[in-house]
Design a protein around this ligand. Structure first.
Ligand SMILES: NC(=O)c1ccc[n+]([C@@H]2O[C@H](COP(=O)([O-])OP(=O)(O)OC[C@H]3O[C@@H](n4cnc5c(N)ncnc54)[C@H](OP(=O)(O)O)[C@@H]3O)[C@@H](O)[C@H]2O)c1
Length: 324
């Protein structure tokens, strides 16, 4: 038996139950991992509340982590006991040990620690596909990052700056503004107090942004569209404030023939080849020092409820991890 955090019935943070579970031996194609750190993400909240359907009942929360391989199932060729690995996968993460399809695991280079990996596989690979694929950030671009001091936000700010963009970040407090600036944001906007679209217009001299990276959702829509120059991209990748309601697609024409997408990491890393390429790009940029992974909250596994309360109340910055 190993320690885990499960949800028996969707609900608030109190739905997270710390208990022992039986993990079992890996089936063919699976590996068993002893976790050194588990990543915490907003998607864990969506699963906990039932906004995303539970994979089973009860289920172990958490989609990201890092650790060492302790057993391999039949047919697994790429991994052996003792390998250092990290992953993003379906729920099952907040636990001391877990089973995982081997084709979702990635070997960790020596330059990346377990804690860094747990703090960046989901958030960092998301930042990777956003700046490399959804809109290929070029030198001279102007990009807007909402919730710039958050987990994905701080990585996006650094990566965007590294690629030569002018980075504008919206943040919920002055402290978060200072942090975003330390991590690559050229300009910050206190979007709870200021009209962020008007400020973006001001900052860019009316030229607006090539892309808006929006993980906030409901509360920043449709004003985000007013921050985008004609033919620019609206990348709506999350719903921290709630989902965006149905809208008339004609609004994209009115705002200047905009592109809009609602991408997911799952799609961008669906094939093994894409997963490995995305992870490699992330490992390279982090190993080079160009992008740092600020792990600003670390909790014992048993304190998952507190970790969720902090995340949902906007009390966290950068990445959060649980230590089994
Ligand atoms: N599509 C994908 O592939 C993908 C992958 C990873 C993450 N995501 C999404 O990316 C977003 C960021 O994820 P994360 O794990 O890095 O979280 P996070 O940014 O560390 O935390 C969410 C932040 O959103 C802001 N926020 C604005 N309104 C909020 C509200 N009503 N309630 C709570 N927070 C609010 C807060 O920052 P301020 O105080 O500065 O406003 C908060 O700190 C989430 O929407 C997540 O679902 C999507």
């Amino acid at each position: 038996m190993v320690a885990a955090v499960r949800v028996h019935k969707p609900g608030g943070p109190e739905a997270l139950t710390y208990e022992d579970i039986d993990v079992g031996a890996p089936s063919p194609g699976q590996i068993r991992i002893k976790k050194h750190a588990c990543g915490i993400n907003f998607i864990d909240v969506y699963f906990r509340t039932g906004m995303y359907p539970a994979p089973s009942s009860p289920f172990v929360v958490g989609n990201e982590g890092a650790g060492e391989v302790v057993a391999v199932g039949d047919g697994v060729k790429d991994f052996k006991v003792g390998d250092r690995v990290a992953y993003v996968a379906g729920p099952g993460g907040y636990t001391a040990e877990r089973l995982l399809p081997a084709d979702r695991a990635v070997k960790l280079p020596d330059s990346i620690s377990y804690e860094q990996a747990a703090g960046m596989m989901l958030k960092g690979m998301t930042a990777q596909y956003l700046v490399r694929h959804v809109h290929k950030v070029q030198k001279g671009d102007t990009i807007l990052v909402h919730a710039a001091a958050g987990g994905v936000g701080l990585i996006l700010c650094q990566w965007g700056k590294h690629l030569g963009a002018t980075v504008i970040g919206t943040v919920g407090s002055k402290e978060k503004a200072t942090l975003a600036k330390k991590n690559g944001a050229d300009h910050t906007i206190l979007y709870r107090e200021e009209d962020f679209a008007a400020r973006v217009k001001d900052i860019t001299g009316g030229k607006l942004c090539h892309v808006v990276y929006d993980g906030v959702g409901k509360s920043t829509f449709p004003a985000s569209l007013d921050c985008i120059r004609p033919l620019g991209m609206f990348a709506s990748f999350g719903s921290a404030s709630g989902p965006i309601e149905a809208f008339n697609i004609g609004i994209l024409a009115q705002k200047g023939s905009l592109f809009a997408t609602r991408p997911t990491l799952n799609t961008y890393t669906a094939s093994r080849q894409d997963l490995l390429a995305t992870a490699k790009d992330l490992f390279d940029v982090v190993s080079s020092g160009a992008v740092k992974i600020p792990i600003n909250q670390k909790y014992p596994l048993k304190d998952a409820q507190k970790a969720h309360r902090d995340l949902e109340s906007r009390a966290t910055t950068g990445s959060s991890i649980l230590i089994p």
